[in-house]
Design a binder for this molecule. Sequence first.
Ligand SMILES: NC(=O)c1ccc[n+]([C@@H]2O[C@H](COP(=O)([O-])OP(=O)(O)OC[C@H]3O[C@@H](n4cnc5c(N)ncnc54)[C@H](OP(=O)(O)O)[C@@H]3O)[C@@H](O)[C@H]2O)c1
Length: 429
Amino acid sequence: MTDPLRLGIAGLGTVGAGVVEIATRHHNLIAHRAGRPIAISAVSARARSRDRGIDLSAYAWEDDPVALARRDDVDVFVELIGGENGAALEATEAALAAGKDVVTANKAMLARHGQRLAETAEPKGAAIRFEAAVAGGIPVVKALTEGLAANEITRVMGVMNGTCNYILTRMEEAGLPYEEVFAEADALGYLEADPNLDVGGIDAGHKLSLLAAIAFGTKVSFDAVELEGIGRIEIEDIRQAADMGFRIKLLGVARMTGRGLEQRMSPCLVPADSPLGQLQGGTNMVVIEGDSVGQIVLRGPGAGRGPTASAVMADVIDLARGFRHSTFGRPATSLSDPVSARAAAPAPYYLRLQLQDKPGALAKVAAVLGEAGVSIDRMRQYGHADASAAPVLIVTHKTTRDALDHATRGFAATGVVVGQPVAIRIEAV
Ligand SMILES: NC(=O)c1ccc[n+]([C@@H]2O[C@H](COP(=O)([O-])OP(=O)(O)OC[C@H]3O[C@@H](n4cnc5c(N)ncnc54)[C@H](OP(=O)(O)O)[C@@H]3O)[C@@H](O)[C@H]2O)c1
């Protein structure tokens, strides 16, 4: 066997401790598969004395991850600190400046700085690998960059935030309102320190922007992702969707349209009997469509110690094998600046409104929709306790988000619509 590949691991939390554990437990298996041993030279975290349930005595300790990244006995810097900026970014930059390879699970950092980091790494021959940053244990980056490399990708979609899927599933199964399930998820420790990263769709949006870059050969453009979280979904929406044979999912969709790159992370209705509709609880799913392969569906754990560490180690093993490719599957300098197309593809929409219980109210709403060019497929009123306002459900024919927004803005002038309407796209999956 040849010389070991030497790792410096920064961050020994959920993922970092998992990586140390796998690298130790499967040392021989990994050495055989990689063709050379993988050795940990040094580690770094904030609190040296913290008991992490793993034996760190064989490794050098660095308080400063930047110093770790620069060590001569580190070939691959494994960044598992997290955060868009700060220590994670500084240490990654230091590793790349020293010409070292980087493996990271940090979608926030890559969504923001991925292009610049790739442009720093590639002229030096350094690799940045980030399988663990997207959909945890699911090898989706590998699927796109390798298995599907001969395809023109037409669409990538997925449920990529397990916490949101858990909340929506639990609301449906237990018939509980959003606020109550959110509090449960918080008590179970499922939410990020800033819960908006989860329920606001930001975390899943970061992941989508990375997949879009690989799939469409465009620079990572997280700011162009249309983001809408799950906070406005009511139990009534889940019930009405179920009644029509749908489930509500926080769904990411990226596709190249004639008008440009569409990237959105928003609640969508999907058929309850489709693979995405069947996805319950904290599991993730990514659906990729290519011109030659057709549609493939990848499903699995999107987070957690074991699955995420598994993805990190797969990247490390690739580097040990000498298997290298550009960060986003083609040279960073060849990635194009995407023209962003806001929800370009038309779709039917689910629209829930509260209408004042007055004669002619429905006709006024229908007229506003008609003027905006939005035609109605189905419309119904359903039972309500509040005598002054009646909930109305409308399913539109295919329309654009712009036309629908134009109509919903027009509702204010009717004087019969109470509060803000809820509009949810019905996605063909
Ligand atoms: N957890 C998951 O399931 C999951 C899934 C996919 C991707 N990820 C990504 O993986 C990364 C790590 O997540 P995690 O859940 O393992 O986080 P975590 O449990 O909070 O661990 C973070 C680690 O970073 C260390 N750290 C923080 N600031 C540091 C600094 N300035 N210098 C050195 N070390 C520092 C912490 O040290 P102390 O332990 O001493 O405080 C801790 O060991 C993040 O980018 C996250 O988005 C996580």
